[in-house]
Design a protein around this ligand. Sequence first.
Ligand SMILES: *Cc1c(COP(=O)(O)O)cnc(C)c1O
Length: 450
Amino acid sequence: MKQKRFFLSEQEIPNKWYNIQVDMPNKPEPMLDPVTRKPVTVDDLSQIFCRECSKQELNFTDRWIEIPEEVQEMYKFYRSTPLVRAYGLEKALGTKSHIYFKNESVSPVGSHKLNSALAQAWYCKNEGITNVTTETGAGQWGTALSYAAQLFGMNAAVYQVKVSYEQKPYRRSMMQVFGAQVTPSPSMSTRAGKNILTNDPNNMGSLGTAISEAVELARMTPEKCKYTLGSTMSHVSLHQTVIGLEAEKQMEMAGEYPDEIIACFGGGSNFSGIAFPFMRHNFSGKTNTLFFAAEPTSCPKITRGIMAYDYGDVAGYTPLIKMYTLGHNFMPANIHAGGLRYHGAGSVVSQLAADGFMKGIDINQIEAFDAGTLFARTEGIVPAPESCHAIAATIQRAKHWDEAGESKVLLFNLTGHGLIDMASYDQYLQGNLVNYSISQQDIDNFTKDL
Ligand SMILES: *Cc1c(COP(=O)(O)O)cnc(C)c1O
């Protein structure tokens, strides 16, 4: 029997993250201060983020960044995550291609988000911070941060998008089990929340509203409370590169090199994590790997968004970021069940997409759950709805190569398991999901002021 799973020993787990900002040919446009419109400095960012993450955000000089020993120790509780050859899925598809996946669902909280939550929580702790705050949509980031804060003895306050707070009560309780204080957003506890609710009492929230509230909370007591973010920022992508650095070694153990790398795309952190360590060899001309970001047809910023300066949140508290965006007022359609609803993308991935180093693939939600269900039946893991997009895109690519009569090596990132998202699977199984693509008119409306 051929080997199915590939692991690294504790000694082989990476002790440095890879900073793609050094190697990417065109650097992203600078982030701008929302008030002065001048490029932000480390000092500006440090008013909401911890100092070390602010430095990492603007680091264009150090290719490798040491992972703090305390974080390395915590990584050892679940890393390396397995690289798995998906023989079952290959067989069900009858494909000639070889399909591998990196299984980040084995982290204690069930997703890749912990890779950055541990780093951010530890840096905050090390800088004397006692409280961390953040927003969460589907709940994975809030869960990861709650656990990481608990590990390092800090308080976590999480603003959870109201619609998810109500539809996913187990996410909320999980965060509470880890000791976090969870508030549905928009709430009356901040000025931003009050403004939204005054205009629209039934507002069910979005990541943009929750970010505004969390940032405002951090700004009330900047000396003891910092804001943390689970995606889009360069320092988050940096922390996630542990995924791709491991995968590089594991693919070597499998004796293959990926022709194509596929990841689902919300704000870009897991995509960056698995892709960047491989992409650096494309920059140097050594390889020609293709990179695909799988996004939902209901929130397609890479394929249909515009490249423009935009805020990360509804209230306009965050720096202006040059990125692919559907506009900070974007509201995901209520019928969308699969996560990945953020309106923007990181500045680095946006620049890389603009320069042709990666492509978007839009997946509609029934296709995503079809793929996730096939994967569950053949590989035994119920994937997170977000991850289903990557699986669906991988299946598309395998079929594409079968039609062309070629066999390729495909690697995708399994970002999380879906065991707390069974309500979405229920909707799918009962036939209550419909496909939905955002209309061009809606995109034009959301982006008209950018
Ligand atoms: C948050 C999340 C994503 C999307 O976020 P990215 O920053 O785009 O990676 C994907 N899958 C899971 C399981 C998540 O929790």
